[in-house]
Design a protein around this ligand. Sequence first.
Ligand SMILES: *Cc1c(COP(=O)(O)O)cnc(C)c1O
Length: 301
Amino acid sequence: MSASINSGPPIASPTLQYLPTFNNKVAVLRLDAVHPVVSGNKWYKLQGHLAQAAAAGKRTILTYGGAYSNHIVATAAACATAGLQSVGIIRGEAPEQWSPTLLDAQALGMELHFINRTSYREKTIPEELYKQYPVGSIYVIGEGGMGTAGTTGIIEMMNNLPIDNFTHILSAVGTGTTLAGLIQASKSQQQVLGISSLKDNLELEAAVHNMLPPTGKNNWQINHEFHFGGYAKHKPELIRFMNDWYQLTGVPSDFVYTGKMFYAFQQLWLQQYFPENSNILLVHTGGLQGNRSLPAGTLIY
Ligand SMILES: *Cc1c(COP(=O)(O)O)cnc(C)c1O
């Protein structure tokens, strides 16, 4: 899958990085490294949504996110590539200083509107947009690119990779859309393990289940133990681990999703959760751009 973004290099095919520290029995799927601005799974999740928008003849894509949202940047980039207008509805009042994420999105042609947290929760569309874009011309994508349409690009990406030999596939989980795609792309003898980034999200299993075909596989599980306090929360232990992991493997991670996933992997590895002769694929879902919300110097990369 390759496409070009008008203000940067094209999305590259993702590569597998085997880790000598784990006897080359563990590999990281580097979705973080496919593009300098768009980091990770969000690009792939958007492909199915954009196909639906195109099929419906819509030229304007509207979606939602916070000031450091990976999804907002990826939507701006994917729409720029597809020649579509993008509109980002951002949670909270407009700040005096825009985050680097929002500046990137704007540079990619996205029009940004800030709405207060109550309106955001209700996913309202600001009135003034209806004056600008005729009713019916806007295609709305849910927060994070969630939903069944989000799984197709993940499945296609996975089907193009030489990964049949892995016994386990691990990924960070937010809405579960990526995990649903990974499950569908997996072989039934492979185990797919999601690491939830949210605290006690008890609806997650049902949400994933609903995105699978009726004859869905049951070779998957979600672990809820490694949230570090909840969504976008972190602790010194996590930051320390992320720096150590980078020194050990050369793989940078983000504090919202992938840092927690790699941490969980290391804990499970130490607990001998994985049977001998396992081959483990760690899906790096990206999100590195979000680390720009941390104070400078927090991370060594
Ligand atoms: C959004 C995101 C996820 C979660 O993806 P879901 O499909 O919502 O589960 C995981 N990792 C990163 C880096 C993300 O940006």
